[in-house]
Write a protein that binds this ligand. Structure first.
Ligand code: BES
Ligand code: MN
Ligand code: MN
Length: 472
């Protein structure tokens, strides 16, 4: 039986029997459409949870369980060897983003295929979740398998793989609060971010926070004929566009009063350190097909997308969007607007500041409703602790290049929550690339990255145990 399609992949021949099996198993996982946002996929999400549990059983976790929540289940597994030794908690998510727009996928999102790309001549697996985060979760499961087979398990290991990360981890906080001793650990290990490039590994030392809002502008009590009423009635879509235009000034700074009040400013030395990371603006532009970049004045491209807070409209709708034309003044217009936040910005406060300011922009003739969806705090990892040093050494061993610390622009709101509830820091050992198209059509994850992950993770445990013993 042909389990997956391989298109022009040069490295397949050089794979070991085990590696080929890992690939096949991973692709089985990717076939399950575990879209957490869409209630129609609830059964599929549950199927993916079962799959993860079985995978953990298969590689020899001593205890595994599926913990139901009012939303999607959490999968837990562990191998405890000695209470005197340190404990590593591996966190990840098996849920994925919706695959839309489907027509832009070159192959169906839940029928994984291996294809070569210019960045991945050895091949990459294309499927929703290939990188974010099924591929990276699976690296941890296989790294465990390798360590187990080779008798290399030197720490207590716990796995907590959730199914609601892409929808805001609504039920994980309660689970963590109620299960502090079950989840007790010395460090949390997460592969759900990226690295600079295949030649230059990096460790994410930060994540941005998030505040996600939805706004509705309401005008007349029904859709109106734009000939009979046009010119005399505030059009909610026109108004919404004017209001959105007032959210940034001409320097691309966010205009919400108080937005920058608590923002952590990096020192000159820290910014100089950041600027040393290899970065090609022309590659950045060509990889996403733009002819110029755009952002806050006074900051570099990399600063804009990592250490600076931002505001973006994520969706806007209203009026007539069907075939042909309809002359109408809509009753309502809507937008989804999110803000990426940096350390010291309180996402609840920012949501309130946004609401107050946005309401204040409303002209006569409309009413405005603002709703907060979800949010989370930013996160920074210190680099002067055994876990960071172990990750550093692990990448150095397998890539032959020292990894650079690198602040990331994305958000994993659960990471600062872990710190608050469990008092434990997370180490973000990501193996993805920005070009892997996570959340976009044609998401993929390079075979090089996948296998390097499986090779690097056991090195982390080895160095962590050694460094932990030196300090304990
Ligand atoms: N894995 C990503 C976050 C990420 C990706 C961080 C790459 C750094 C580098 C995660 O699954 C994600 O998509 N998070 C969401 C937030 C969540 C509340 C939906 C995000 O960043 O938009
Ligand atoms: Mn993710
Ligand atoms: Mn994601």
């Amino acid at each position: 039986m042909v389990r997956f399609v391989i298109i022009e992949s040069s490295c397949m021949k050089s794979l070991s029997i085990d590696q080929k099996r890992y690939l096949e198993e991973w692709m089985e996982f990717l076939k399950i459409p575990s879209v957490s946002a869409d209630p129609a996929f609830k059964q599929e999400v549950a199927k993916a949870a079962d799959w993860v549990k079985q995978a953990l059983d298969h590689v020899g976790c001593t205890t595994t369980e599926i913990i139901p929540t009012p939303g999607h289940p959490i999968v837990y597994g562990e191998q405890l060897i000695d209470p005197k030794l340190p404990t590593v908690l591996v966190y990840g998510h098996y849920d994925v983003q919706p695959p839309d727009p489907l027509e832009l996928w070159e192959s169906p999102p839940f029928e994984p295929v291996i294809k070569s790309t210019s960045l991945h001549p050895e091949g990459a697996v294309f499927a929703r979740g290939a990188c974010d985060d099924k591929g990276q979760v699976f690296m941890h499961i296989k790294a465990f398998e390798v360590m187990k087979k080779e008798g290399l398990i030197g720490c207590n290991i716990k796995f907590m793989i959730e199914g609601e990360e892409e929808v805001g981890s609504d039920h994980l906080e309660e689970f963590v609060k109620n299960n502090k001793s079950k989840l007790a650990c010395d460090v949390i290990l997460i592969s759900d971010t990226g690295m600079i490039s295949k030649e230059q590994p990096s460790i994410s030392t930060g994540l941005r926070g998030l505040s996600y809002m939805e706004v509705t502008v309401t005008g007349p009590n029904r859709d109106l004929h734009s000939g009979l009423y046009g010119g005399a009635v505030a059009n909610p879509i026109n108004v919404l566009c004017e209001m959105i235009a007032k959210l940034h000034d001409d320097q691309k700074r966010v205009c919400i009063p108080g937005f920058y009040d608590t923002v952590e400013e990096l020192s000159k030395t820290e910014r100089e350190e950041m600027a040393k990371a290899p970065f090609e603006i022309s590659e950045f532009k060509s990889s996403i097909g733009i002819n110029d970049v755009s952002g806050e004045a006074g900051y570099s491209n990399e600063e804009r997308r990592t250490i600076r807070p931002t505001l973006d409209v994520n969706g806007i709708w209203g009026g007539y969007i069907g075939e042909g034309a309809k002359t109408v003044i809509p009753s309502k217009a809507h937008a989804k607007i999110s803000m990426r936040l940096v350390p010291n910005q309180d996402w609840n406060e920012i949501s309130t500041l946004f609401s107050t300011y946005f309401q204040s922009l409303a002209p006569a003739g409309v009413t405005v409703e603002v709703e907060t969806h979800h949010g989370g705090y930013a996160y920074v990892t210190p680099t002067d602790n055994p876990a960071y040093k172990a990750a550093h050494q692990a990448y150095l061993d397998t890539f032959g290049v020292a990894p650079l610390p690198s602040r990331g622009g994305g958000s994993i709101p659960i990471v600062p929550m872990f710190e608050n509830e469990l008092g434990v820091k997370s180490i973000l050992m990501g193996f993805g690339l920005d070009t892997d198209a996570i959340h976009s059509p044609n998401e993929h994850f390079g075979l090089f990255n996948f296998f390097k992950g499986i090779e690097t993770i056991p090195k982390f445990y080895e160095h962590y145990l050694r460094l932990w013993k030196e300090t304990n």
